[in-house]
Design a protein around this ligand. Structure first.
Ligand code: FES
Length: 142
């Protein structure tokens, strides 16, 4: 079986799909090679992600990764969300095929782009090394 049960579950029933009006942070990233796009909306209160929604125009692994990522960051303090990695998302999904790992990178980058947007909008200082420039649409082959 190429895909784990968890990947199939999140692909078929993605959690937190949609958008948030007046979101505190919005992040959109794309993969230049496959053309897939992911957008994450964050609602943040007292430094806690109280709500998160996503829209993904992409492959099944990208949908499963964003769905899992939203579940992992919902209710979490911002500083914890900052440390989210695509590796953790992949582990939570019980793995992805090697040629699909870059799809999970898109999820990590979209979350980080949304956080960056939140920090920038609110004039909050942040450690730039934790938020590399994720706005570029370069392909990330990992
Ligand atoms: Fe493009 Fe999966 S193939 S994100």
């Amino acid at each position: 079986m190429l895909y784990s049960d968890k990947v199939m579950d999140h692909f078929r029933n993605p959690r937190n799909v949609g958008s948030i009006e007046n979101a505190d942070g919005v992040g959109e990233v794309g993969n230049a090679k496959c053309g897939d796009i992911m957008k994450i909306y964050l609602k943040i209160d007292n430094d806690v992600v109280t709500d998160v929604k996503f829209e993904t125009f992409g492959c099944g692994s990208a949908i499963a990764s964003s769905s899992m990522a939203t579940e992992m960051i919902k209710g979490k303090p911002v500083d914890q969300v900052l440390t989210l990695t695509n590796k953790a998302v992949v582990e939570a999904l019980d793995g992805l095929p090697a040629h699909k790992l870059h799809c999970s990178v898109l999820a990590e980058e979209a979350v980080k782009a949304a956080l960056k947007d939140y920090f920038d909008k609110n004039g909050i200082a942040y450690d730039a090394s934790l938020l590399p420039d994720v706005s570029c649409a370069d392909c990330h082959e990992h």
